[in-house]
Design a protein around this ligand. Structure first.
Ligand code: NIG
Ligand code: FE
Length: 506
């Protein structure tokens, strides 16, 4: 029997690192312990969640094989070592094909794992078998008994004829900020432009001060609330860009906050360093020095501490030039990181070609992009990320979607969740705008928030329902894929399953 030998707290008390007998080491996030701490995952995903979430561990020690934890508010409890060992080794059991959850009775399963004749990979009257946090099997319900899985101990859910899809992936989001800019929204509604507001001291710079001032626990509560909203609307993985602090320590603190929130609630966060969002006021007279700070300090430190695998840059009018952006992204490549860029939201600075040259994961916005830029994206398999919420809100003309499609650029769709241009954590709203405002098809909107979104964040284990993929899925109160963007503004999520566990239950 495996026993717990050591227990260490990491990530600001939100994550437990366990040393197990036999020299094994495993990490358990707070959300992984939800069952035993008397807080069910469903409660954790509920709104409001602030009080529970900020109650983090301050100490952990092994006494008689059990782990005694102390909370930062002085409370304490003991968790049986046998439970922790079983939980920590849970993912290792997937090879055993022991099912933990079976979703049967789906009217249709949208796997996002299709082919040219069936791009959404639809299965009629389907079932999905999950174990060890992964998908073990999926197929028509009448073949379930031949799945080869041990179903005897599994929890069974009847989808009642509903549509089942992969958990949605928000591949472009800025959830790490404090304050709001509703006043700018009101000014824009009266006709002021985003660039004029930014030039007068608003825009990204207006969010810097509240973001720097907010305490770590306040940021955790704000970001966790945003993730609760995203999860309720079907998002199971969300990118989290830094970029509203813009000091070296502050940008790394935002990435740390993203990891802490990742550990505290069901949505997986994917932290991205966006140190080059704008030049902060204190460097206004010497932008080269700020670029040097990003290159020489933020990027190497984020890489060294493993805080982020990806660097983003805002290459546009009012932000960073193509040459500055290239220098920053080259430094990221040297540090072994992926690169992405915001390009062409207001002007085409040649950012698409630049990010393609560097083998980037994605080029985002693309309202303004040249034929050469589109060809470069397609040739280097760079995902084009469509952000219709921001575009509509700024009353900009949409990107040349038909030309991007014809050029062969794979298109993702994301929220661009941010305090300025798109205060929205709801991907179905973006699917609606992508189909109505951008001229994307329903199929493109679905692939863009699942399998193609996964590519934009460098992941291959999510965004599809297929054997070995993570068991992240949504059961929708709908029968067909088109119903989700069609019934805009409604929340059609019936259930959300994350890592094989039901975390939202309608
Ligand atoms: O993606 N990153 C660039 N601009 C953001 C808006 C950020 C803000 O206004 O706070 C965008 O649209
Ligand atoms: Fe953005």
């Amino acid at each position: 029997m495996t026993t717990v030998e050591t227990a260490t707290l990491i990530r600001h008390g939100t994550t437990l690192r366990l040393g197990l007998s036999g020299g094994l080491e495993r990490v358990l996030r707070r959300i992984d312990l939800a069952g035993i701490l008397g807080e069910s995952p469903i409660e954790r995903a509920a709104w409001p969640i602030r009080r529970r979430l900020v109650r983090v561990f301050s100490r952990a020690e092994v006494i008689g094989g059990d782990v005694h934890i102390t909370y930062d508010d002085g409370g304490s409890e003991a968790i049986p070592g046998s439970y922790l060992a079983a939980r920590a080794l849970r993912h290792d059991r997937s090879v055993d094909r022991i099912a933990e959850l079976v979703i049967d009775g789906a009217g249709r399963v949208l796997t996002a794992d299709g082919n040219s004749s069936d791009p959404l990979g639809m299965i009629d009257h389907g079932a999905v078998v999950c174990g060890g946090g992964r998908i073990l099997w999926l197929g028509p319900s009448n073949e379930l008994s031949r799945s080869g899985c041990d179903l005897s101990r599994a929890r069974r859910i009847d989808a009642g004829g509903r549509l089942v899809s992969p958990g949605l992936i928000d591949c472009h989001a800025h959830p790490l900020f404090a304050g709001n800019r509703a006043d700018e929204f009101a000014s824009r509604a009266k006709g002021q432009s985003y660039l004029d507001i930014a030039a007068a001291g608003g825009g990204i710079r207006a969010t810097i001060e509240p973001t720097r001032r907010a305490r770590f626990d306040q940021h955790i509560a704000l970001t966790a609330d945003r993730m609760a909203g995203a999860l309720a609307a079907g998002t199971t993985t969300c990118e989290a860009k830094s970029g509203y602090d813009l000091t070296a320590d502050g940008e790394l603190r935002l990435l740390d906050i993203a990891w802490a929130v990742d550990a505290l609630q069901p949505v997986d966060l994917v932290p991205t360093l966006l140190g080059a969002h704008v030049v902060p006021p204190e460097y206004a007279a010497d932008r080269a020095q700020f670029v040097a700070l990003v290159i020489e300090n933020m990027i190497p430190e984020a890489a060294r501490r493993g805080l982020s695998h990806t660097v983003d840059v805002y290459c546009d009018e009012g932000a960073f030039s193509r040459d500055e952006s290239r220098d920053i992204l080259r430094a990221a490549r040297h540090a072994g990181m992926h690169v992405r860029a915001h390009v062409g939201q207001f002007s085409d600075l040649g950012g698409a070609e630049m990010v393609a040259d560097l083998g980037g994961l994605s080029a985002d916005h693309l309202e303004h992009v040249s034929p050469a830029g589109m060809a470069a994206l397609a040739a280097h398999s760079v995902v084009g990320v469509m952000l219709p919420g921001a575009c509509v809100q700024l009353r900009s003309a949409p990107p040349p979607v038909a030309l991007l499609r014809d050029a062969g650029v794979a298109l993702a769709v994301a929220s661009d969740l941010n305090p300025g241009t798109s205060h929205c954590e709801t991907l179905p709203v973006q699917m609606w705008l992508a189909t109505t405002h951008y001229g994307m098809t329903v199929t493109e909107a679905w692939l863009g928030t699942t399998v193609i979104a996964a590519r934009a964040i460098g992941r291959h284990d999510i965004g599809v329902l297929a054997p070995h993929a993570r068991a992240d899925l949504v059961v929708w109160d709908a029968e067909s894929p088109a119903e989700i963007p069609y019934h805009y503004g409604a929340n059609l999520v019936h259930k959300v399953v994350k890592d094989g566990r039901v975390v939202v239950s309608g």
